[in-house]
Design a protein around this ligand. Structure first.
Ligand code: NAD
Ligand code: DAU
Length: 357
């Protein structure tokens, strides 16, 4: 089959990546979508069961840090667009093992950038019609005080955690490749995503599962930290729009204008899970357990996404009340997915399946 475009999506077996892959495979049958993923603990091909047989979809297991392999992939598939999501993404893990974050997030991004640069420069048309689109986070901007305003694209970078430091560094490399060599790049910085297929180490899926199973809910510090939550499919829609219509060399913030104090969000989750499970109101309130705070815990994130709204016409489609109810429903209805992920069965399965490759 002759495809109009060959697009490499990295980290497509993860939470956000799987939604992006699904959207592109279904919406663009004339594009070939190559999903490159290392399948770390966070990567799960069960997130993509519904598209794995599509004629325009291919999965490749590999590590973005493997520079030679990235070059080979660029040439074999004639990649003309990259949406780079592969990363170590959990702040708590970055506090425990910062090297893994520097390796994948910084060196992995650099390896992919260099492979793309060399491949595209070898072609007669060079960078025409090419794009390296890097998915980043609002955490690179540091933390806001309560009532301080919002992160804009002009906010100076001030990362605090090893995770955000590694993402900030990768963003700088992406911009450097644009400014130095002319590689066509775009960076977007998004706020906290929620929705189906998120690994249950992150607040929302972890707490939904713990409420369902009657386990303690470990609230860091006093639960007063604020996050700006966006439904993951709205992020995927923004990525689609930026990939096709974004200005090369530019940056866009993506967020929900939807700030919640952790403790207030946790109370909404408890109430909703109890209602959906038929428990009396207040049944699971006792599970709230205040624990030691996360080291260097950023107080507040909040994104100003006016630019992407005004320039590209994107805004969130879901109200939070609707999105969180839909999300809770999904986790309660997909117990098998949750049990597989929490038991580690899927990780053992992929180790066997790819042994020796
Ligand atoms: P995730 O942890 O769910 O998924 C990451 C994916 O990358 C996994 O499938 C994993 O197997 C893969 N991966 C990890 N290391 C790799 C490597 N060396 N080579 C190839 N693949 C590798 O992450 P997520 O929450 O979906 O985040 C995706 C991206 O979006 C990340 O870059 C993250 O920084 C960014 N982001 C996340 C959020 C959020 O709220 N989750 C918000 C803004 C930005
Ligand atoms: O802002 C975007 C970022 O959002 C992404 O770049 C990261 O990849 C993503 O993991 C997320 O980071 P956070 O640290 O904000 O998400 P997390 O779900 O880990 O935590 C959300 C808030 O809840 C945070 O203030 C810490 C708190 N928390 C988290 C966990 C896991 C708890 O109180 N208890 C917990 O057990």
């Amino acid at each position: 089959m002759n495809f109009k475009r060959n697009i490499l999506i990295t980290g497509g077996a993860g939470f956000i990546g799987s939604h992006v892959v699904r959207l592109f495979v279904n919406k663009y049958p004339h594009y070939r979508i190559i999903n490159l993923d290392k399948l770390t603990y966070a990567g799960n091909l069960a997130n993509l069961r519904d598209v794995e047989g599509a004629p325009n979809y291919e999965f490749v297991r590999g590590d973005v840090c493997d520079y030679e392999r990235m070059g080979e992939l660029m040439r074999t598939y004639g990649i003309d667009g990259i949406i780079h999501l592969a990363a170590e993404s959990h702040v708590d893990r970055s506090i425990e093992e910062p090297f893994a974050f520097a390796k994948t997030n910084v060196m992995g991004t650099l390896s992919l950038l260099q492979a793309a640069k060399l491949h595209w420069e070898s072609l007669p048309e060079r960078y025409d019609g090419k794009l390296f689109y890097h998915i980043s986070t609002d955490e690179v901007y540091g933390a806001l005080e309560m009532g301080e305003g919002l992160f804009t694209e002009q906010t100076p970078y001030a990362p605090h955690s090893p995770y955000s430091a590694s993402k900030a560094s990768s963003d700088h490399f992406v911009r450097a490749f644009h400014d130095t060599y002319g590689v066509p790049t775009i960076v977007t910085n998004c706020s906290n995503n929620y929705g189906p297929y998120q690994f249950p180490e992150k607040l929302i899926p972890l707490f939904i599962n713990n409420i369902r199973t009657g386990k303690p809910l470990p609230v860091y510090g006093r639960g007063e930290n604020v996050r700006d939550w966006l439904y993951v499919e709205d992020h995927a829609r923004a990525i689609d729009l930026v990939f096709h219509n974004g200005r090369v060399g530019d940056t866009y913030n993506i967020g929900g204008f939807n700030e919640w104090r952790n403790i207030d969000l946790i109370k909404v989750m408890i109430k909703t899970v109890d209602r959906l499970l038929g428990n009396p109101e207040g049944h699971s309130d006792h599970l709230i357990t205040y624990v030691a705070d996360r080291l260097g815990h950023d107080l507040r994130y909040a994104i100003d996404s006016t630019k992407i709204k005004e320039e590209l016409g994107w805004e969130p489609s879901l109200q939070f009340e609707e999105g969180i109810e839909k999300t809770i429903h999904w986790y309660l209805d997909n117990q098998e997915w949750m049990d597989n992920v929490t038991s580690g069965d899927y990780a053992r399965y992929y180790e066997r399946m790819y042994a020796g490759r």
